[in-house]
Design a protein around this ligand. Structure first.
Ligand SMILES: NC(=O)c1ccc[n+]([C@@H]2O[C@H](COP(=O)([O-])OP(=O)(O)OC[C@H]3O[C@@H](n4cnc5c(N)ncnc54)[C@H](OP(=O)(O)O)[C@@H]3O)[C@@H](O)[C@H]2O)c1
Length: 287
């Protein structure tokens, strides 16, 4: 039986994985967050992996405060670079697989067509730079691993995300300004969790070392269109006013158009990619 370590398990993706894995019972799962296993502590990572005979790691832990990382990049470096490096080096020592999660923010978003895995990263923010450095740390370790880049994650199990914020504003305000010149793919963390669990049993057949795959829900929209859809699905009488990014300045620059091409993950692993609108209409009932 597999012994799977899920780090950052109290976050959006980790919580969705727990919900799915708890229904299965075909593996032993160890759900850890900062309190149980701080991934920035190399000794603790090694002790946990050897102490629990871990056979696979899914790293959902991350520092995701994109604007916060501009003011102080130290925690982002620790959690997004040192953490994955510790997990990857331990995975290499034990000959076990690591699934690591990264982001569309490794791209500058200047392309108007979906990004392939082979496209050159060029992050605009400290957050993006630390996530890219985390990918490189995983690759450099030489461990059995895949890296999945995703985008605009939300989950009703998450404490803070765009959907939750829009529902709150929609209930409190008559109108809300939302940027209309940033395009991406809203992704229900449940869909990504399902994709990961679909991939997991296929990993043993083929050794992969830091191979990158893209996964987001299908289709794309602007932040304003995403907000508008949320208001409509919740029947909230709040007008979404489209505004340019220039009128809503943030400390971190964000990619204007970071849509991921999912052909590779579909072809290699047979992953199904649902449409973002369909997934949102399922998820919204659970918020
Ligand atoms: N959210 C997005 O829109 C988005 C977009 C693209 C890619 N991603 C990537 O997708 C993955 C999953 O994201 P998510 O939205 O599920 O993240 P999340 O909800 O922020 O969860 C991350 C979890 O990691 C925990 N954590 C922080 N530092 C840790 C440490 N040193 N050791 C162990 N756990 C630690 C966090 O705890 P605290 O809450 O206490 O800090 C949190 O529970 C991440 O790699 C993220 O970068 C996310």
């Amino acid at each position: 039986m597999e012994n799977i370590l899920i780090t950052g398990a109290d976050g959006q993706l980790g919580s969705e994985l727990r919900t799915l894995l708890d229904k299965r019972g075909d593996c032993r799962c160890f759900y850890t967050d900062f309190g149980q296993l701080d991934i920035t502590d190399a000794g603790a990572v090694e002790d946990f992996i050897s102490g629990h005979s871990i056979t696979k790691i899914i790293n959902c832990a991350a520092y995701n405060d994109v604007d916060g990382a501009e003011a102080d990049s130290a925690p982002a470096i620790r959690i997004n670079v040192t953490g994955p490096m510790n997990l990857a080096e331990a995975a290499a020592r034990h000959g076990i697989y690591l699934i690591h999660i990264s982001t569309d923010f490794v791209f500058n978003g200047e392309r108007r067509t979906p990004y392939h895995e082979s496209d050159r990263p060029d992050p605009l923010s400290e957050y993006g730079r630390t996530k890219l450095a985390g990918e490189l740390a995983v690759k450099r370790s030489g461990c059995l691993s895949i890296i999945i880049r995703t985008s605009w994650l939300y989950s009703p199990l998450g404490k803070k995300n765009f959907v939750r914020t829009m529902i709150r504003l929609g209930e409190e305000e008559d109108f809300v300004n939302v940027v209309s010149d940033q395009t991406g793919s809203p992704t229900y963390a449940r869909d990504l969790a399902e994709a990961i669990l679909h991939i997991l049993p296929q990993l043993d057949g083929t050794p992969r070392y830091g191979e990158v795959f893209h996964y987001s829900d299908e289709g794309s929209c602007s932040r304003a269109e995403f907000a508008d859809k949320i208001m409509k699905l919740r029947r909230l009488e709040c007008e979404v006013v489209p505004v340019p990014t220039s009128s809503y300045p943030t400390p971190a620059r964000r990619p204007v158009c970071a849509v991921l091409d999912k052909s590779l993950i579909r072809t290699v692993f047979g992953v199904k990619v649902p449409l973002w609108e369909r997934s949102l209409s399922k998820a919204i009932r659970l918020f």
